[in-house]
Design a protein around this ligand. Structure first.
Ligand code: TXA
Ligand code: MG
Length: 338
């Protein structure tokens, strides 16, 4: 059932459900999450089973403010504190050394924990009300079935999780792709998952460069697992291919010729590109990708879901530009294409 997240009664209902060990669909500025009391192992186990997610894939714990971090993290490196100061509340998750006595189930057995303070007003209202009720943090992965596209509206969550789940409606997510993840357990900041924050923004907040996950100078680690870093993830039902503008036009021209020759059963192909592509076949569904990375991030998952809903079998996407502001969108599209 979907409840308006703006109403205090809905927040109270959600807190009651969470305190009883139930799950709640929670809006955030990035994507919708499937939330449970992070310190209730039985409730956290329900997240893994509802998503079909392997239990060794760690979850992010959402907190109402930076002061709550010490409940879960053993130690906060200076550069991590700077990142929090600059970007929280906001679309940034920090992996920190975990207090051994808390969050083991959330952490999927890691000795670290992912923490984030989201900026969505409904998420913050829920987290504050939870803190008042003695719930220090909400474990919440994206509210989709494992491997599928993250939801960016309450209706998407309902389509993924069914009608029984209490979902707080907070409108369409304004960021649209998942948070940037920085591992802060290795002596230097390491980028595990790109989001909408650019490398330059992150480095300037840290006061040092942000390293790649396989940088040779890093302290050894057991290698944190991140499902968002699996080669194949965020997959629509249709097959997705990335192509440059020239290849897209060539493919569209070929499709048009084939469709003219075909008598029946025209396959539906969707095209999502910044360049205009000339084609007159009705088998090709065209949608323009914004020239702006943030705008593309905001609509990306909804666009892919819409193509699936129209029964498209193939999605041809123009490769995003190489600049850093497109890192998050490019990452999601590459995984969707794998
Ligand atoms: O924007 C977001 O981050 C959304 C919203 C709901 O906050 N959440 C999200 O959660 O994307 P999820 O579970 O779909 O992705 C979390 C990622 C996973 O790739 C997970 O493996 C990684 O964070 N992660 C969490 N805790 C970790 C840890 N201790 N070490 C390494 N990776 C971790
Ligand atoms: Mg996810």
């Amino acid at each position: 059932m979907i409840l308006s997240g703006d109403r205090p009664e809905s927040i109270a209902d959600a807190v009651r459900a969470l305190a009883a060990g139930e799950l709640v669909g929670m809006p955030t500025e990035t994507v919708y999450g499937l939330a449970a009391d992070a310190c209730n192992d039985v409730a956290v186990a329900k997240i893994f089973s509802a998503k079909g997610r392997p239990s060794d894939h760690p979850l992010i714990v959402h907190v109402a403010n930076a002061a709550e971090v010490s409940q879960f993290a053993q130690h906060v490196p200076k550069f991590a504190q700077s990142l929090m100061d600059v970007f929280w509340p906001g679309p940034l998750t920090l992996i920190l050394p975990r207090r051994p006595e808390v969050g083991a189930t959330c952490a999927g057995g890691q000795d670290s924990i992912g923490l984030r303070c989201p900026s969505h007003s409904v998420a913050l209202a829920l987290l504050k009300a939870c803190a008042d009720a003695g719930i220090a943090g909400l474990a919440a992965p994206s509210a989709n079935q494992f491997g599928r596209i993250s939801p960016t509206t309450a209706a998407h969550v309902q389509a993924e999780m069914g009608d029984d789940l209490l979902i707080l409606d907070g409108g369409a997510c304004t960021v649209g792709i998942e948070s940037t993840i920085i591992d802060c357990t290795r002596g230097a900041p390491v980028l595990l998952r790109p989001g909408v924050l650019t490398r330059a923004q992150l480095a300037s907040a840290c006061g040092c460069p942000v390293l790649e996950r396989d940088a040779p100078t890093l302290q050894a680690t057991a290698g944190p697992r991140a499902s968002g870093t699996l080669a194949s993830h965020y997959a629509p039902n249709a097959t997705l291919r990335l192509m440059d503008a020239q290849a897209l036009q060539a493919a569209a021209t070929l499709l048009e010729a084939e469709m003219r020759a075909a008598k029946i059963g025209a396959p539906k192909v969707a095209l999502y590109s910044r360049v205009p592509v000339a084609s007159s076949t009705p088998s090709l569904l065209q949608r323009r990708m914004p020239n702006d990375a943030a705008q593309t991030a905001r609509e990306l998952f909804a666009v892919l879901r819409d193509f699936d809903a129209r029964g498209v079998k193939l999605i041809w996407v123009e490769t995003p530009p190489a600049s850093s502001d497109w890192d998050g969108v490019r990452d999601r599209l590459q995984r969707a294409a794998s």
